[in-house]
Design a binder for this molecule. Structure first.
Ligand code: C5P
Length: 239
């Protein structure tokens, strides 16, 4: 899925137009949704893309349930909340998606819990967020909580996919951002080009057991986004 981190409908439509035929899914996050609202989803749908609405809801259970109801009504195929919002919040999200899908007679979207943002490393998790365990054990803890609440899967960095797959089984949906080409980016302590910390190449993420990869800047900031997307697809399809 291409991360549509762009400021306007025109920019989204133009990027999707270049990727039409190579990718089939896109992720609409807080930048585009704040700028353009539900029209962004319509723009993607007109181009034949299915939409992951990445608004990472994190609020009291009632508010999150109401937001998930509206997101479901928009007809997205996937949406997410922050699993760190707690069990009651995650339950409210899962229940709202099921109820809204029934009320509006549409498919229930896949509901995912965001575990630990791919931009955080162990030091930031411990010193800034105040979580004293390792990133991996906190990711596994939040995934288990998400499952207990009735969510379908989680968002996690490439580096936690293998332990997640082992712990959660084959039906748990794993979505992974933090995809980078740079080999150096996989080496702890190596200098990195942007804010993503826990990264991997597309092939390595797929081999570890990811179901969906979310790729932003490696495609959108490339001089030829269509070529960059095709290179990723080719890498994933290679024997
Ligand atoms: O440009 P880049 O490939 O880093 O884009 C990754 C996308 O995935 C961004 O839109 C970011 O908001 C999103 N994301 C993330 N980490 C998460 C959840 C979503 O990077 N845990």
């Amino acid at each position: 899925m291409i991360a549509l981190d762009v400021p306007s409908l025109d920019a989204a439509d133009s990027l999707l137009g270049r990727l039409d035929g190579t990718l089939t899914g896109c992720k609409i996050g807080s930048q585009l949704f704040t700028a353009a609202g539900p029209a962004a989803i319509e723009t993607a749908r007109k181009r034949g893309f299915r939409v992951f609405l990445d608004l990472k809801f994190h609020d009291i259970p009632n508010t999150v349930g109401l937001a998930v109801r509206e997101a479901t009504r928009l007809g997205v195929f996937m949406l997410n909340i922050h699993a760190s919002g707690g069990l009651a919040m995650a339950c409210a999200a899962a229940d709202a998606a099921t109820k809204a899908a029934g009320d509006f007679a549409i498919p229930r979207p896949l509901c995912l819990g965001v575990t630990v943002l791919t931009s955080l490393d162990r030091r930031a998790l411990q010193r800034e967020v105040g979580v004293p365990t390792s990133v991996e054990s906190h990711v596994l803890h939040l995934a288990a909580l998400a499952r207990e609440a009735g969510l379908d899967g989680c968002v996690a960095s490439p580096q936690e996919i293998s332990p997640l797959r082992l712990a959660m089984g084959p039906r748990w949906v794993i979505v992974t951002p933090g995809i980078r080409w740079e080999k150096a980016a996989e080496t702890p302590g190596a200098s990195r080009p942007d804010d993503q910390v826990r990264v991997a190449t597309p092939r390595r993420a797929l081999a570890a057991g990811a179901d969906y990869l979310v790729v932003g800047r490696p495609i959108s900031a490339a001089s030829d986004p269509a070529k960059a997307a095709a290179a990723i697809v080719a890498e994933l399809s290679a024997p």
